[in-house]
Design a protein. Structure first.
Length: 134
């Protein structure tokens, strides 16, 4: 097995485990004690990740529009993650190891831009118009 493929598998197992553990925690705490962003509590502004947990939970319930409302960047990020992983599996099956070393991460850059723009726009809407999407 190629060294890069091993790293690919280890990274995906780690990310998947972290997401599953976080979602279990979120399901157990949301609704009981609430789920509050520390950054928002201190500053009054939302952070780029605000609404991310709600977006993931909405996606798991197949409520795509709700997920987009909570945090469009998270929805886009999940699709980017799935794209890179499906493509990685296909390239590993083809034994195209060059794919892993020549990976283009333009979608990750687009994700970061969406994350920041989403945060800025939501803060403007909250401060300027008093509309909170959370």
């Amino acid at each position: 097995m190629n060294k890069t493929l091993k790293k690919f598998i280890i990274a995906n197992v780690a990310v998947t485990a972290a997401v599953v553990l976080f979602l279990i925690y979120a399901f157990l705490t949301v609704g009981k004690e609430g789920y509050e962003c520390v950054f928002r509590r201190i500053t009054g502004f939302i952070c780029p990740g605000c609404g991310g947990t709600r977006a993931i939970i909405s996606l798991l319930k197949l409520e795509v529009l709700s997920a987009v409302k909570y945090n469009i960047a998270v929805v886009f990020g999940i699709f980017v993650y799935l794209y890179y992983n499906i493509r990685g599996i296909i390239e590993a099956a083809r034994k195209n190891w060059e794919y892993f070393s020549k990976q283009k991460y333009i979608l990750c850059i687009v994700f970061a831009v969406i994350l920041i723009v989403n945060c800025i726009v939501k803060n403007i809407v909250i401060v300027g118009f008093g509309i909170d999407f959370m």
